[in-house]
Structure formats: C-alpha cells, structure tokens
Write a protein that binds this ligand. Structure first.
Ligand SMILES: Nc1ncnc2c1ncn2[C@@H]1O[C@H](COP(=O)(O)OP(=O)(O)OP(=O)(O)O)[C@@H](O)[C@H]1O
Length: 451
C-alpha cells in the first residue's frame, strides 16, 4: 500500500555523455581544455521528473538505450547527473547489472560483508544475518570462491540475497529476475511480494507481464525522456502497443501449439478425452459452482499492430457451435477467434491468452504448429476462423480477460497485425478454488487413514 510519504523525488534530471568521434579528440580536448569542443554531447536523460511514494512499486520501462540504467545509477549515487536533483529518503539497496558493487577478486563470503557494510549494516548485524544470506543465495561451496568465477545466475543470487537482508527502505531491481532459474525467480518474487507490503521498489524490466503484475505505476522512458507515466496496466499496454507497431521482437506470441497435424478440408469430429472431476455434479449444484460468465467481444478494445488483418469476432461456443454466455470450470468449450484479411496474409497465426486481473497469463495457445506445414494464405477480404477446443480449468472468483491476436510469419520472426488486449472478459462470481493461478479438474481424490 502506498502512502503520501515520498521516498524518492527526481526533478528535472538530465545526463549527457561526451562522445568523441576519434580517440585523438579526447587527447586534444585534454590539451586544449575549454578553448574548443572536440566532442559532441549525447543526452542520455533529459528533463526526467517523478516521485515514488512509500510502499509504492514503480516500473521503469523502455527499449535498449532508453536511459533506464543511467537513471538508476544516478538514483543510487554511482553516477553524477548533469542537471537536476534526486532526493532519497531511507536506505537504498540496488541490484544493478548483476550485483554491481561486488569486488570480482573477493570471495562470495567477503563480498557479503563488503556489500552489506556499504549498505549500512554493522559487522554484528552482518554476523547475525550471514547464515540467512547464504541460505537464501543457495550457491553451496561457491561462496568460498572469488565471484569472478561465478555464473551470472550465481552472481545474481548472491546480490539478491544480500539486498534482501539489509532492511532497505527502497529496493532497486534491474532485470534481476531474468538471470536466475525458475526456482530462484520464485524465491525472489516471494521476497519482493513481502517487501512490497511496506517497502518502496523501483523495478526495471523488459518483462511486461512482470511489470503489469508487480507495479502500481510505471514510467515509460524513450530517448531519455518520460514518454508516459501512470497506472502500470495502462503504461504497459501502451508500451507494448508501441513496441508492436515498431515490429519489435518483444511483441511476439508464446508459440506452443499442441497439434502438429495439418488441418483437413472437412475437420474431423473432435472426441475429447475429458477429465470428469468426481465432485463436478456436487459443485455445480452448490454455492461454489464454478460458473464463468462470458461477456461479448469488445471490438473497441485497445489494440496494436499493422492491421494487415483484423480480428472481427471472439466468442465461446459449445460443441454444437452455439454461442455461450455461461460456462463452467471443467467443461469442454471452444474459443472461436475470427479474423479477416485486409491484405494477403501468407503465414497467419491466430492466438489467445487468458489473463487474470493482475495481467498474469494463465494459459493460451495459437495455431502456429497446426498450420506450419501447409499453405494457409488468406486472401484479402477472406476470413480465417480458429477454434481452440479445450477443457476449462477451474478459475478462482474474479475477472479475467482474453487477449487475442493475429500475426503473420514464423515462431521466431513475425509481424503482429492485430493484437487486442481485453478483447473479451470472463467473470467468475464464486469458486471452490482459491489457491494458485487456476485449478485442474481432479481425476480422483482418495483419502486413506489407519486411525
Ligand atoms: N558512458 C557512456 N558514454 C556514452 N554514452 C553512454 C554511456 N553510457 C550509456 N550511454 C548511452 O546512453 C543511452 C542510455 O543508456 P542506458 O544504458 O541508460 O540505457 P538502458 O535503457 O538502460 O538500456 P538497456 O535496456 O539496453 O540496458 C544509450 O544510448 C547509451 O549508448
């Protein structure tokens, strides 16, 4: 929960670097200091202002070279600004570029002492926390080795472990989550979620899903300037749209279609293997019925892409093809996405994601592998209908959104034609399921006891 207390106040910050076209220009500049300029100024940051309140998590988004690292280095005091001010209140622990601050020649253990003392802990405090730090890092015997021998993942683990134990008021996290393995990332996430309850976080990432989930607000930097600042969900969406329209690779789908079979002229009747949860009937007739209300496709929802093709309809249908406005967790349904080609689309891919209210992708799929080995070209004005038939998981109570998109190309390289966030909403009033992201229908639940 954020409060009115400002922890970080950045005002009209600017930073220029001096760029010398030729190495000898640097020497000339030293010799003829002030008389003539042998360099040009490159403004990495210009007029950047924002505040971060206590308890707030602020995301910092921007393409490579947008100025994020420069800004963080100024905030942490490792780089001097050319103009403007930074007011900090409280202890800042920063995880910049893989644990900057470690001495590569020192062992992990020595670096724990070094980094923790720089961050303001007394020797006694470090002694008390040392075992916890080492356990958190989980790098085993490597703790006695110089950190220059560490992999980037080990480096990040140790850096995070120190930062997590110094009672920081402000935590600065720069892409740290991208270097660890999944288990470590989860550990960091648990720490960050606990820290968020009282601490302030400045979080730099290229991972839009993580930014949407973690941050309250976000700042989008472009060319060293603030392009947008506001609620994280909005800024992330606009940023994604900007990236997609520039055909940046970050706008890609997660490609993982489940069928490699070519589509037939006359599709075979699907005989789904359905898991029937033995509690299904009981659930349906109880107050916990996992009823999922399906709202209409919103053609006016925010979108991005080149619009060489357009999604014109999204709906949920039953196995007879009838549109559904209510379905149940555990039921077999078809999500039908209809797209119309405006230009000829050579290698179309239609996909979807179901997201929870935090913007986390619960699941999704696309037609890439299904169409991979055939000519699926859509002529201008013609439709392509993708039917994704699956057994619904159990969803917890709350609202969910469906993202849909049509792209053209391959898994690694494609153009996004029409990407619609929040194309359709689902709403679940009640649920027996409340833990984890979603529930799977159980084959059976047996209880044995020898009491
Ligand atoms: N020491 C330097 N001398 C000259 N230019 C620099 C220097 N450091 C950074 N820059 C330039 O400043 C701009 C901003 O760089 P910065 O590293 O802050 O971007 P970034 O948003 O962190 O990028 P990335 O996502 O790739 O880490 C870039 O154009 C970069 O080339």
């Amino acid at each position: 929960m954020s409060s009115d207390e400002v922890m970080l106040e950045i005002s009209n910050l600017a930073k220029f670097y001096t760029i010398y076209e030729r190495p000898e220009d640097r020497l000339k500049q030293m010799l003829w200091r002030g008389r003539k300029k042998y360099f040009r100024e490159f403004w990495a940051l210009s007029d950047v202002s924002f505040k971060v309140s206590k308890g707030e998590t602020l995301g910092l988004l921007g393409r490579n070279g947008a100025g994020k690292s420069t800004l963080l280095q100024i905030v942490t005091g490792t780089l001097e600004a050319s103009a403007g001010t930074v007011k900090r209140h409280g202890r800042i622990a920063a995880l910049l570029e893989l644990g900057a601050g470690f001495n590569p020649e020192f062992t992990g253990s020595e670096n724990v002492y070094l980094a923790a003392s720089i961050l303001g802990l007394t020797e006694e405090e470090i002694e008390d926390r040392y075992d916890d730090i080492i356990n958190f890092a989980g790098i085993g015997d490597f703790i006695g080795q110089p950190v220059k021998l560490y992999s980037s993942g080990m480096y990040a683990r140790l850096a995070f472990a120190v930062a997590a134990h110094v009672d920081a008021d402000i935590l600065i996290i720069d892409e740290i989550l991208s270097v660890g393995d999944a288990a470590f990332t989860q550990k960091c996430m648990r720490f960050i979620n606990r820290f968020k309850e009282h601490g302030t976080i400045l979080f730099v990432t290229h991972d839009i899903a993580a930014a949407t989930k973690l941050c309250d607000r976000a700042v989008w930097l472009e060319g060293g300037r603030v392009k947008e600042i506001g609620p994280a969900k909005d800024v992330c969406r606009h940023y994604m749209a900007g990236i997609n329209s520039a055909n940046d690779e970050q706008g890609t789908f997660q490609i993982s279609s489940r069928s490699g079979e070519a589509e037939k002229e006359e599709p075979e009747e699907i005989k789904p293997q359905v898991v029937v949860d033995p509690r299904d009937e009981l659930l349906r007739n109880s107050e916990y019925a996992n009823q999922i209300k399906v709202f209409d496709f919103d053609p006016g929802a925010d979108w991005s892409g080149h619009k060489g093709a357009e999604i014109v309809d999204v709906c949920v249908v039953d196995q007879e093809g009838a549109r559904k406005t209510v379905v149940y967790g555990g039921e077999v349904v078809t999500l039908r996405v209809t797209a119309k080609a405006i230009n000829e689309i050579g290698m179309p891919i239609i996909g979807f994601y179901i997201k929870d209210r935090l913007g986390q992708n619960l699941f999704g799929d696309n037609t890439f592998l299904t169409l991979k080995d055939q000519d699926a070209t859509i002529k201008p004005g013609k439709d392509m209908v993708a039917n994704f038939t699956f057994q619904l998981p159990y969803l917890h109570a709350g609202d969910f959104s469906v993202t849909v998109a049509i792209a053209e190309g391959t898994e690694a390289d494609h153009i996004q034609h029409h990407w619609i966030d929040d194309a359709m909403f689902l709403s679940v009033p009640t649920s027996h399921f409340s833990h984890g992201l979603m529930g799977v229908p159980m084959l059976d639940i047996k209880v044995e006891s020898n009491r």
